[in-house]
Design a protein around this ligand. Structure first.
Ligand code: PEP
Ligand code: CO
Length: 449
């Protein structure tokens, strides 16, 4: 038996401190919702989770690249076919750009179909002298600033499960049913992107791919293969609400191992990654690929303990470190981390989250991020890995396929004064489709082989 299984049960996290959990008003209703969830079918299967792990193992050695992205926080009201389709489209476009440049597979993981719970800096929020519980994501409460909306409601966990199920159902249909086929690579260019410089660059690339497929067909090689006419999008979210995650945790009949079947990949946030936390305890025992966010104040000894706890067998593909250090600090704080992990010989997928330490408040009062800061952190991430002899294995982005105005800069050069025109996020600001594609082209320039 591996040490990751020693003394672990899907409930053993309850003996540890769980930060960022809702204060449910009524225990009876919570128990009812959890009992219900525990009997519902898994959202993903162990076999799929194992496939993702195998692909991520390739990102450890630089033989694949991880593209993880989606909303900061999904909203129930935004779970619609157009929104799901647009997010998928832009992820597929970015993936094509990166695959073509890097000449290696891109592992696509959405922050989707379950990203409904958020950590907050404070339990309570005060507006005009009125104090109410903070909004913790649609799986816990609602964002409107009224007592009724902000009171946590355990039924939202069931609603979250159902929303995740319908999102996944559509994603599976899109990715398996021809929508994700490389033959449609030109059709993925969204209208508002198609008329932009990024859209035109994308279109040129898409034409080259279409010509290559056409050439294959001309010489008699069929394009009717899954490699061309299907794609795969894995799901992920922050494993924050441990009661929900426990209820979706199931034992695989083939291997006897436990898997958290709420998503393929789960990550632990910056605020809940203490070595002795309930979140680390819970995730050490499930066999999914696990991400851990690492901010600039990480402690090297603690990080080593995290690796020993979460990946005692040093299995490649099990552990992804998602660094979110900030463009000002990355140059100073990333090298010692990379050196130490390399010295220890730990197998890690290194992914760059250039979003979470580059947030600021615009003059207009909006929470925003500047495109150039995001790009600076990504560039420094790649350059630092190259100079340290480690592998830049992926990126983790907050993004959407819609034409939002939430991050400043980019090819459209969105200014502070334009943020209000289409600022839709209920949590952190996201790159819009064009800004996302621009990030992909910039990374493509760096990794072109
Ligand atoms: C997030 O990914 O939305 C988030 C809250 O990140 P972090 O834990 O890195 O702050
Ligand atoms: Co966020």
């Amino acid at each position: 038996m591996s040490s990751s299984q020693t003394n672990w049960t899907k409930s053993s996290w309850k003996d540890f401190t769980a930060l960022q959990q809702p204060n449910w008003p009524e225990q009876h209703a919570v128990d009812k919702a959890l009992t219900n969830l525990a009997t519902l079918p898994p959202l993903v299967f162990a076999g799929e989770i194992r496939s993702l792990k195998t692909l991520l193992a390739k990102a450890v050695t630089g033989d694949a690249f991880l593209l993880q992205g989606g909303d900061c926080s999904e909203n129930f009201s935004q779970v619609t076919a157009p929104n799901i389709r647009e997010t998928l489209k832009v992820l597929l476009q970015m993936s094509v750009v990166l695959t073509y440049a890097g000449a290696k597979p891109v592992v696509k993981v959405g922050r989707i179909a379950g990203q409904f719970a958020k950590p907050r800096s404070s339990d309570m929020e005060t507006i005009d002298g009125v104090e109410l519980p903070s909004y913790r994501g649609d799986m816990v409460n609602s964002s409107a600033f009224t007592k009724e909306s902000r009171t946590p409601n355990p039924k939202y966990m069931l609603k979250g499960y159902n929303m995740a199920a319908s999102t996944l159902n559509l994603l599976r249909a899109f990715t398996r049913g021809g929508f994700g086929s490389l033959q449609r690579v030109q059709a993925w260019n969204q209208e508002f992107v198609a008329n932009s410089p990024m859209g035109r660059s994308y279109d040129r690339l898409a034409k080259q791919i279409s010509q290559a497929i056409g050439f294959m067909e001309t010489i008699g090689i069929s394009s009717e293969t899954p490699q061309i006419n299907q794609t795969q999008l894995f799901t992920s979210h922050e494993a924050l609400l441990l009661q929900y995650e426990e209820a979706l945790t199931r034992q695989d009949h083939i291997t006897g191992n436990w898997y958290d079947c709420s998503a393929h990949m789960l990550w632990i946030g910056e605020r809940t990654r203490q070595v002795d936390s309930a979140h680390v305890e819970f995730l050490r025992g499930v066999h999914n690929p696990i991400g851990v966010k690492l901010g600039p104040t990480y402690d090297l000894d603690e990080v080593k303990k995290l690796v020993e706890s979460l990946n005692p067998e040093n299995e490649a593909g099990r552990l992804t470190f998602i660094t979110r250090l900030g463009m000002k600090q990355i140059e100073k704080v990333l090298p010692p981390l990379l050196r130490e992990m390399k010295r220890e010989g730990f197998n890690i997928v290194w992914s760059c989250d250039p979003m979470h330490a580059n947030t600021y408040t615009a003059k207009s009062g909006h929470k925003t991020r500047n495109f150039n800061d995001i790009l600076s952190e990504i560039t420094c991430f790649f350059e630092t890995h190259w100079s340290e002899g480690t592998i830049p294995g992926g990126v983790h982005l907050e993004m959407t396929g819609n034409n939002v105005t939430e991050c400043t800069g980019g090819a459209q050069n969105i200014g502070d004064e334009e943020l209000a025109s289409n600022y839709l996020t209920s949590c952190d600001p996201r790159l819009n489709a064009e800004q996302s594609l621009e990030v992909a082209f910039q990374i493509a320039d760096m990794i072109r082989s």
